[in-house]
Design a protein around this ligand. Structure first.
Ligand SMILES: NC(=O)c1ccc[n+]([C@@H]2O[C@H](COP(=O)([O-])OP(=O)(O)OC[C@H]3O[C@@H](n4cnc5c(N)ncnc54)[C@H](O)[C@@H]3O)[C@@H](O)[C@H]2O)c1
Length: 333
């Protein structure tokens, strides 16, 4: 085990990404020394600008794929590891299913090996996609899981995350490594990009530009959107209790909204003239795409474990996302 340090030494993979960069800020503000490993495949170095300008002396950035960085960092005395790097999102996975699934699983195995050498408490980021087609609602951590067939690329993201969870739990059982798995539901907020098909930034960008907001399917699908600043607040608290009690936690809000109502909320909040239009799934994702009608987490476990109660209202998230986009556009002009 590493010597205790005045500043906890923390490794964050995917720390230049959307959720990771907010987590890094939180960890630095709490006094940690943070090493970020990120290949910038979907993240951005600029996501760490605020962290660097406030706490640059305690932030190390390793611009590298996880697979190449892990051997180089092996033997470092990390106290905690947050593994967030992944090929994220259904659209990206549909575009390159083999590379995404291989990378997600192999990287998690490498990270777990490094963490157990360091004796570092470890958090593995998972996803509501592990619930697959969903056997009942709301989704509980111990539910059975049902996926579509492996011939449908869409399921490989959820399946690869489910294997990550198996790896983490089996590793913890065999090594005694304190480990926790967080199943994120839809997480939204500043720094999330529309490029990979994420719905809220897509809507906000369209509303700001006066373009139509494109709702896939009928818009009756129900989701729960939690602000990233609420989500990252839960992660150190969950890591602190890793190895005691449950290993897997849903993380998000259980306040449901349909996608068509989400579009209406964006238009109303930003006073946008944009129309809302529906686009068939086939046109958005190709033939045979299956989506879930309702995705709501049961958040009893995380609430009881750490008193998690998201506080940021969806309209505030929309406003903050829009303000960030407007500042970015002004800076680029
Ligand atoms: N945003 C959500 O709503 C959501 C929902 C469920 C699960 N998650 C999970 O949360 C984690 C973070 O997601 P996010 O939304 O911040 O996405 P993101 O794409 O912004 O973050 C992922 C980061 O990992 C980096 N990365 C990807 N592959 C890498 C590799 N092989 N080596 C090094 N860096 C790599 C990317 O450049 C990016 O910075 C992921 O594990 C994702 O599966 C997110």
């Amino acid at each position: 085990m590493p010597e205790p340090s005045a500043h906890p030494r923390v490794l964050v993979t995917g720390g230049a990404g959307f959720i990771g960069s907010h987590l890094v800020e939180r960890l630095l503000a709490a006094g940690g020394c943070v090493t970020v490993v990120d290949d910038l495949s979907t993240g951005r170095a600029s996501n760490l600008d605020a962290a660097r300008s406030e706490h640059g002396d305690r932030l190390e950035f390793v611009h590298s794929p996880v697979a190449e960085a892990m051997p180089r960092l092996a033997g470092r005395p990390f106290d905690a590891v947050y593994h967030l790097a992944a090929a994220v999102g259904v659209r990206l996975v549909i575009e390159s299913p083999a590379a995404s699934a291989e990378r997600n699983v192999a990287d998690t195995a490498e990270v777990l090996r490094l963490a157990s050498r360091a004796g570092a408490a470890t958090l593995i980021a998972s996803s509501s996609e592990v619930y697959g087609k969903g056997v009942r609602s709301p989704f509980r951590e111990e539910d059975d899981i049902s996926f579509g067939p492996p011939t449908v690329a869409r399921w490989s993201y959820g399946l690869s995350k489910a294997i990550d969870e198996h790896l983490a739990i089996a590793h913890a059982a065999s090594t005694g490594l304190p480990t926790v798995v967080t199943r994120f539901f839809n997480t939204v907020g500043p720094r999330q990009r529309a490029r990979w098909g994420m719905v809220l930034p897509r809507f906000v960008d369209a509303a700001l530009a006066g373009r139509p907001l494109e709702v896939h399917g009928s818009g009756s699908q129900v989701r729960c959107f939690c602000d990233v600043r609420d989500v990252v607040g839960a992660l150190p608290a969950l890591l602190a209790r890793a190895g005691r009690g449950h290993a897997v936690f849903n993380v998000g809000t259980d306040v449901p909204i349909s996608i068509i109502d989400l579009a209406r909320t964006v238009v109303r909040t930003l006073a946008s003239p944009s129309p809302i239009v529906t686009v068939p799934y086939e046109r958005a994702f190709g033939p045979g795409f299956e989506d879930l009608e309702v995705r709501i987490p049961d958040v009893t476990r995380v609430r009881e474990a750490i008193g998690f109660r998201p506080a940021i209202a969806l309209a505030d998230t929309v406003r903050d996302l829009a303000a960030e986009r407007t500042r970015g556009a002004e800076a680029a002009a």
